[in-house]
Write a new protein. Structure first.
Length: 277
């Protein structure tokens, strides 16, 4: 395992392949392994891929102060890029990782060349987040909830979560193991993820008015059947706001568009590369 110091935290980083740099940012309730079943095997043939585990998730144990803030998450991503010696990589980000990638583009535009966003979180949405996230993030009851109450149900909840992400499609055979889904059910990961999610709405509201500042090329891939992150609210508004955007909506696809159409992800990376110069 390789670690770099990012945001004052030892951050787990892996690399694959050779070629122009591509930087991967995973979303919520996951780690970099979310890209391992399909995206990494495909892209490593043409690109140098670098992925990291966001704070408190995967094999990145540490959480810096205010890690639930998108500005802090973007600084950590920027530190990983710089510490890894990457020269203006294209950023590929999934779900909540899309919000981090957008903040990276806002705060560090000279560090990256463009974005490929997969079912991204970007805007305020009706309602809040699931009740269990508030319990998990709570300083008083969180330790009991994460260490005692959740574990007996963790495997079933993880399976249900994956099925919900793929719906209306079915989960591919072997995906749960290949994507190391069980790591997201560890008590420390549950808490870190809950802190990020409880703060997510506040954080995207704070940055969403700035998206028109982004001039780099941005490709967005989402599914019309996504029940996890609303495609009309997030992808739809981004497509109208960004100056240099390409948007594709897949029919009958949920929250995992990169699993449904990995070749489209590759094409989008090429598109971003051709427009970034």
């Amino acid at each position: 395992m390789r670690y770099v110091e990012a945001g004052g935290v030892d951050t787990h980083v892996r690399t694959w392949g050779a070629g122009d740099p591509v930087f991967l940012i995973h979303g919520a309730s996951s780690d970099m392994a979310v890209f391992e079943p399909t995206v990494i095997p495909l892209l490593r043939e043409s690109y140098q891929l670098t992925a990291y585990d966001r704070p408190g998730l995967g094999f990145t144990a540490g959480r810096p102060p205010n890690a639930d803030q998108l500005g802090v998450q973007a600084r950590i991503a920027a530190d990983v890029i710089e510490q890894s010696g990457l020269k203006k990589p294209i950023v590929v980000a999934h779900s909540f990782g899309g919000a981090v990638a957008l903040r990276l583009a806002l705060d560090y535009p000279d560090l990256i060349s463009g974005l490929v966003l997969l079912a991204p979180v970007a805007y305020d949405w009706p309602g809040g987040v699931s009740w269990h996230l508030y319990w998990s993030a709570n300083q008083l009851v969180g330790p009991l909830f994460n260490n005692v109450l959740v574990p007996p149900f963790a495997e079933g909840a993880a399976k249900s979560g994956v099925e919900g992400s793929f719906a209306p499609a079915i989960v591919p055979p072997g995906y749960v193991k290949a994507a190391a889904v069980e790591r997201a059910t560890r008590p420390a990961a549950l808490r870190a993820n809950a802190e990020d999610m409880v703060a997510a709405k506040r954080e995207v509201i704070a940055q969403q008015s700035r998206y028109a500042e982004i001039t780099m090329p941005v490709a967005i891939l989402s599914g019309d059947g996504d029940t996890v992150v609303s495609t009309p609210i997030h992808t739809g508004q981004l497509g109208l706001t960004l100056k240099n955007a390409r948007v594709e909506i897949l029919t009958g696809v949920g929250h995992m568009p990169h699993e449904a159409a990995p070749e489209t992800v590759l094409d989008m990376i090429r598109w971003v590369g051709s427009r970034s110069g």
